[in-house]
Design a binder for this molecule. Sequence first.
Ligand SMILES: O=c1ccn([C@H]2C[C@H](O)[C@@H](COP(=O)(O)O)O2)c(=O)[nH]1
Ligand SMILES: [Zn+2]
Length: 159
Amino acid sequence: MTGKRNDYISWDEYFMGIAVLSSKRSKDPNTQVGACIVNDQKIIVGVGYNGFPIGCDDDKLPWDREGDWCDTKYPYVCHAELNAILNSHGNLHGATLYVALFPCNECAKAIIQSGIKRVVYLSDKYRDSDSSKASRRMFDDAGVRYEHFESDKEIVIKF
Ligand SMILES: O=c1ccn([C@H]2C[C@H](O)[C@@H](COP(=O)(O)O)O2)c(=O)[nH]1
Ligand SMILES: [Zn+2]
């Protein structure tokens, strides 16, 4: 056989694959989110997933979705996009964020402020929420492009 193989994955599939793999580290029982930031040289400059802050015990803080706000996960969980930004090194201006879930309004603010200019997302399950509407509004104003990830590939990892 001669020549290169042609069933290799695209850059978008590669980086979204890393975002999805990162989500597998999440301990959230309902929604696992991973994020991967890539600079304009196609170099990964940050990864993250949703979880409690460093030093906060995942076995002690709540994972509930409902009840008294302080007894749910929401006030404590650090979102995947924010973790990826906080974990990043180097300049994020013009970078692309690959993320397993369309960013909430709080993450949208951090994305814009960090200089990220393109967001590629997989799930948009909260599309009709006020938070998603606010994110789209801010992205549109700030000139951040966002696009749904499309692929017909299946990537299986077996260890
Ligand atoms: O922009 C976002 C929005 C949400 N997340 C995280 C935060 C939570 O851990 C889950 C959402 O939980 P639900 O049970 O689906 O409400 O997703 C994130 O990382 N980034
Ligand atoms: Zn968020």
